[in-house]
Design a binder for this molecule. Structure first.
Ligand SMILES: [Zn+2]
Length: 142
């Protein structure tokens, strides 16, 4: 699952096309060739659709480098730290909103509104955290 964390910013979209020459040479069997939206994918021999996709994945992996996070901290630990950070932000926003409703002596709709606002703020903060640290967790584009 963590393999899919590779960040390529959507610049490496596979384009699988049928190679007419190779298909004719193979006696009419469809032969596929992969191309990449970045335009820098080296040519590879036409093959099955799976082979073409594998060739594209190999190309993407050469364009993505290792993550910038510290070597001594395993990737799993970084992901767990991120999740803990997200939960802390979320819980903090929620308890903050509860404290606010208490302090303002709100009940009913007002209290619910502030609580929902707290949850949404927590979500937004957790999202910002994920975007901010993504290069330290996932492999980055070279
Ligand atoms: Zn590419």
């Amino acid at each position: 699952m963590l393999d899919r964390f590779a960040i390529d910013d959507g610049l490496h979209l596979p384009r699988i096309v049928i190679s007419e020459d190779a298909s004719a040479a193979a006696g009419g069997d469809a032969r596929f060739r992969a191309d990449c939206s970045c335009g820098r994918m080296p040519p590879h021999p036409a093959g099955t659709r799976d082979q073409a996709l594998a060739a594209h994945i190999a190309h993407v992996s050469t364009r993505t480098g290792p993550s910038k996070g510290p070597e001594w901290l395993p990737l799993d630990a970084r992901v767990i730290l991120l999740l803990l950070g997200c939960m802390a932000l979320w819980a903090g926003s929620y308890t903050g909103s509860l404290a606010l409703t208490d302090a303002m002596h709100l009940t009913g709709v007002g209290a619910a509104g502030i609580r929902i606002g707290g949850v949404l703020t927590g979500f937004a903060a957790a999202g910002c955290l994920m975007v901010a640290v993504r290069h330290y967790i996932a492999p980055t584009r070279a």
